[in-house]
Ligand binder design. Sequence first.
Ligand code: FDA
Length: 756
Amino acid sequence: MLTTRPTSLCVGFFLLFLSLPLSTLSQPSMSSDSVYDSFLKCLSEKTKTPQSQIAKIVFSQANPSYTSVLRAYIRNARFNTSSTPKPTIIVTPLSESHVSAAVLCSKPLDFVFKIRSGGHDYDGLSYISDKPFFILDLSNLRDVSVDLADQTAWISAGATLGEVYYRIWEKSKTLGFPAGVCPTVGVGGHLSGALCVGFFLLFLSLPLSTLSQPSMSSDSVYDSFLKCLSEKTKTPQSQIAKIVFSQTNPSYTSVLRAYIRNARFNKSSTPKPTIIVTPLSYSHVSAAVLCSKPLDFVFKIRSGGHDYDGLSYISDKPFFILDLSNLRDVSVDLADQTAWISAGATLGEVYYRIWEKSKTLGFPAGVCPTVGVGGHLSGAGYGNMLRKFGLTADHFIDAKMVDVNGAVLDRKAMGEDLFWAISGGGGGSFGVVLGYKVKLVPVPATVTVFRVEQLMAAGAVDMVHKWQFVGPKTDKNLFMRMLIQPVTRNKVKTIRATVVALYLGKADDVVSLLAKELPELALKKENCTEMTWFQSALWWDNRVNATQTDPKVFLDRNLDSSSPGKRKSDYVATEIPRSGIVSLFNKMIELGKIGLVFNPYGGRMAEIAEDATPFPHRNMLFKIQYSVNWKESSPELEKGYLNQAKVLHSFMTGFVSKNPRGAYLNYRDVDIGVNDHGENSYKEGEVYGRMYFGKNFDRLVKIKTAVDPGNFFRNEQSIPTLPIAKRTGVTERGTAKRWSGAGGATIVASVLLHVF
Ligand code: FDA
């Protein structure tokens, strides 16, 4: 049987902790800045390390990584709200001496000293306090070493139980360790059961990358990138180092994970970036583009990290991440009913800022408040006002982006073609979107929401069949989403169909409308709740008491809190016959887990031309989202769920759009094709490109070829450039370098600036 070190070893540290002022403190008299300065100075002296080095493990509230470091190990979302008390300083030691110094340097300061390992304290005691406090976060001290000879293991406080079990499993299939069942629980709190966590300390965490690296070492890539950024932004390297994270940076993992919104890609085996850059200004973004170009790395751009297949933060080639989450300004102009919304803002922040200023203006975008502006808006975006107001992209007035030359362009400077391309053609192909100026829309003082469920035995087949004739054609103030899910009732598998709706008007009106148009739903007044538009956004986010919920919850980013999942999409142009609905339900019962979401179109959507934006599916009846999420982390189960999505997609072939079969870019699905950006790039791009963009694909390719002929901005499903042989008959205005995907060769190619 494996054992831990004897607990008597803990005594020394425990005494130190006891001597800290943990309970009865008044607000310290020093300012946060001087607390930080004096703490840093003390740590630097005690550890004999330059302050510039030690600054990498000490986070004041002004540090751009503060929020991600704090939230990375908040494991109870109850304490992950904007009103949760926040620490004045977080220290993330890399060594035992850092811990000792942190203890000694904290003692003279008048702060509660909280110690966190995995952050699973049910009441958040390791990271909240109602008195001013510091957090000593041990998550970087995570070494686990198993000694087979004496059947023991040394397990560090910052390791998780999952890491412990894994390290044992690596070495032995007949040894185990009797600890908790949740793999993310931290060793420190779990094994000590109290404060005594310093005793499992050992070595530094290991670099995480599983990638083969380009010829330069990670260190020299980091050094040369930092130097370049510092020169281009005219900022000292010590300052710029705060926004550039190499794999050895103690905050690397928390910064990376903060915006991984699909836990399928939050594993130790998931490829990791060599560098993450988190710009604080447009000039940082420009410099990041220019300084990345000569290096041979794929350049991924991430805003909210909600890409369903993780394309903003993974790659099978060595890569950087440009993470825009710090560029999150949203400013609402009531006079002209517009808003400027930055790429790194979330939709929840956008809705909140509008609500702060007006109760009669809204914005037609997605229903999930943590979705990022950068990906959502550049990929078209839609929400529950789509039938009344069309897509999110239909409301753009202006935009700003950084192009491949590092220039910051607004609509005038980029021209109408590029502006059109980033109004639904997807981010990541044309440049780095910094934000959009959008037109807000009027919303009534009272709106109505309802949710009505029906099982098969109660008539769900007829209701779903009829819904197809009503949902896309009814009053454009009504958006009725249909959720179809296999469920078990009285030990019998069946299908549950749920209509979730927003009506931009009063309850009485929608009840009488549907009594006529969709009596199969049997909607009653008591199913409906009247509220404001902003409250309806909370309700759609599954806030049970939406009318009582604090609007500030939309400022919460709920970082690092997703489950694994998979999405796919389809479009339906002609109603599915009743027999088709029956066979679909039976197939879903057979598969067992995967669900479908039908989103009705019609209304304003059908009034807008198919080429007004890159999004071509304007005349469809409805869109289907295939949706499966799971909790278990078994590779076998994951394979099974992914397969269910494929099987159901294939089953639907006869019922959905054809030639090409449509798909929605923002429901990213790499199953429909990926691009290796080699010789066949155009052909590969055409496969998924036509599904996402139909005929608009051709215009997108021309624009791409003109603005980024070297294909610097690329991902697995980006818009390809035209093959060189097809770039004829166009005005050539200059040259640019081409950065190849794998080999790092640079080729000089023509830049086509006038292709239309
Ligand atoms: P992320 O940062 O992952 O980026 C997505 C893509 O855009 C990547 O290719 C990335 O490189 C690129 N990109 C991001 N920022 C960029 C920038 N600044 N410049 C250039 N390229 C950039 N959709 C919808 O239309 N309606 C809805 O209601 C919902 N609801 C929803 C709920 C949940 C829980 C999820 C996970 C997703 C959705 N979506 C959605 C889909 C969502 O719109 C889509 O995933 C967006 O691309 C997410 O944008 P993020 O910035 O969060 O993602």
